[in-house]
Design a protein around this ligand. Sequence first.
Ligand code: GLA
Length: 411
Amino acid sequence: MRILTPFSVAVLALASLIGNSQEPAPPQMAPKAQLAAPQVPQTPPMGWNSWNYFADKVDDKGVRDAADQLVSTGMKDAGYIYVNIDDTWEGERDASGVLHANSKFPDMKALADYVHSKGLKIGIYSGPGPKTCARYEGSLGHEEQDAQLYAQWGIDYLKYDLCSFREAVMAKQAPNDKAAQMRLMIAAYDKMGKALKATGRPIVYSLCQYGWDAVWEWAPALGGNLWRTTGDISPHWDRIYAIVSQQAGLESYAGPGHWNDPDMLEVGNGKLTLAENRSHFTLWAILAAPLLAGNDLPNMKPEIKAILTNRDVIAIDQDPLGKQGVRAYSDGEVEVWTRQLSGGALAVAVINVGDSRYETHPFHLNLAKLGLHGPQAGKDLWTGKPITLTDNQPIEIESHDVLLVRIDAPK
Ligand code: GLA
């Protein structure tokens, strides 16, 4: 048997959306006793962030446009709720230390109201240092004040980026003492975590410090909902795959309400091929990663929309069991990833991560390595068609493409 996932399957994926009965799983409800505390969604955050495409060009209009597009493209209905402003919105502090947005954002409260009026949520960006990564005003010494300001504006999500805290505080206060530097860093993230909590508003707390000091071990205790595990993503397959390779082994740290963050999506950006966009999105779903689109929404191509709104794949990402997937095995340049899903279901992704279609040829699926026995009936989530996986089945996959199968009753 020969299974190909050709270039044109995005068209079929779009077709599969039309007749799709599988809605994304609803977020897990908090136990009654916890209802008093601010609650944020328990599944990986979904939305859009300005940085990957617009970087310092983001402005009030761009954010409103993104909100409008999330609604009109159906992305909101597919689960993309957060509209996140990244770096370069910050202006100056006034005599009382209150931070004002710069001229690109004339009225942040009005912008938040607009985003909320669309049934969406809004996110913002800062960092524990004196300056952000793009050298705008940071929160050092103003953490409580800034958290209160965000709450007044109606902000629902904060990405907090380490950057200048390294030179300005860590290196200065504890030169040549790495352990002390890490303690300073953790204390800074704790401080903002407490400041956010004190607002009484549910604000998703996103730590961005590139995985330093095994952040996955300590971030949940500080109220972190997600934490970057690596340096920055870029719209190149090699970078995406390098990031993916660094996620294997972190799966035990993810769970409902707290997630490893391999960075925001590059789907639709740069020169990524359709196969690469599909594989990138598949892997983020297998990894239970936040799905923060980072593309130019007003100019999104239909085939990119089809990938970002594939509800079957989104349902893998948003599965309420909250178990991050694992790299089950690799065979040459073909990797097999699996993710356990609620109700005993299983997602299996077979990816050709190499540059050649024939590098590992022929690839034979080894079901025993996945703990499976005998033929497995499932659904190919990129064609929308039924598929049966059998042991020792030869599977040929184009370079950087993927076969993603959901098996509801694995045996
Ligand atoms: C860092 C972060 C990026 C982005 C930029 C903004 O590089 O990792 O995601 O937020 O800063 O300056």
